[in-house]
Design a protein around this ligand. Structure first.
Ligand code: P6P
Length: 315
């Protein structure tokens, strides 16, 4: 089976970029081993600190960020790290050509109940500065710590999936992920219905109406509460993920972060033939205003995303 380093030679001639991806993959492999033992090591509790978002940090949030930081600090090609767990961007190397934006442990509130979590990353050229559109990404990926440990990564071609074997090698298991254009599965936190806008309400009501409504087909609903888990399902079998702007999140611009959640996930999903939107523009077209900026996130099967866009166009 093809290993990650070999696959990277078919995706880019930039060995430093390949090396940056390998550094994130190595951090993911190290973190996978830590997570497997965390309940035994008593590391699933709170760290007693808050991140820049004002959210209580889990011990593993801090440990994950340290593991990523150590791997990136050891790679002179990485100039700057932007992390959900760090208030400011961290300068690592003056001669490095790349910026890495990461959520080191997304969905960490699920750790106590042993549900899949992940490390999400986006790689940008340092020359473009900290606030670049998602279309400027050089590569993006995530590590999903689930029944298997998966690395999903895209440079500018296919979105591919690697699985960590018992010797620590990343083996190619899906050469080109394809998000089915049509789907009968939506992912949204329906407990937030009272905050939704007209477009979200309209789309969900149409979907729930199933065969009896305008969608004319039956839908199912999934919501893990861990973006990496929900997006991986969508990449593998289709569906649509919605964390739209609502009356409670509008003051912050949304719930999920642009640079290290929305942009990398949109890069991966669009690389697999899916579609992404904030409701009003493609996620990758958003011009960032801050490294921790939040945006509405709607992405997945193209037909479903277009139905949501149609609702926004009408509302
Ligand atoms: P809610 C996890 O905290 C996260 O950032 C994403 O991984 C996940 O999709 C979302 O928040 C869950 O949000 O409001 O359902 O708890």
């Amino acid at each position: 089976m093809t290993e990650l380093a070999q696959w990277l030679t078919t995706q880019t001639s930039d060995q430093a970029l390949a090396g940056a991806i390998l550094s994130m993959a190595a951090a993911g492999a190290e973190l996978a081993a830590v997570l497997r033992q965390a309940p035994i090591a008593g590391q699933t509790g709170l760290a007693g600190s808050e991140n820049v978002q004002g959210e209580a940090q889990k011990a593993l949030d801090v440990i994950s960020n340290d593991i990523v930081l150590n791997h990136l600090r050891a790679n002179p090609a990485i100039s700057i790290l932007i992390s959900e767990e760090l208030d400011e961007a961290v300068h690592l190397s003056s001669q490095g050509a790349f910026i890495v934006a990461t959520d080191p442990l997304d969905g960490s509130s699920n750790l106590d109940v042993n549900v899949t979590v992940g490390t999400i990353f986006s790689i940008l050229a340092k020359a473009g500065g900290l606030l670049q559109k998602g279309t400027a990404q050089l590569a993006a990926g995530y590590v999903a710590y689930g029944p298997a440990t998966s690395l999903v990564v895209r440079v500018t071609g296919d979105t591919s999936v690697f699985t960590l074997d018992d010797k620590g090698a990343w083996l190619l298991t899906v050469a080109a992920a394809k998000v089915p254009t049509a789907s009968g599965e939506f992912a949204i936190n329906t407990a937030r219905e009272r905050f939704w806008d007209e477009a979200t309400t309209g789309y969900v009501q149409e979907s729930v109406a199933g065969e009896t409504g305008p969608a004319g087909k039956r839908y199912n609903m999934r919501w893990v509460g861990s973006m990496v888990a929900d997006i991986h399902r969508i990449l593998m079998r289709g569906g649509i993920f919605l964390y739209p702007l609502d009356s409670e999140t509008v003051s912050k611009g949304g719930r999920l972060r642009l640079l290290y959640e929305a942009n990398p996930m949109a890069w991966l999903v669009e690389g697999a033939g899916g579609r992404s939107t904030t409701g009003h523009e493609g996620i990758l077209d958003v011009t960032p205003t801050g490294i921790h900026q939040r945006v509405p996130v709607i992405l997945g099967s193209a037909d479903e995303v277009r139905r949501v866009e149609d609702w926004y166009a009408r509302s």
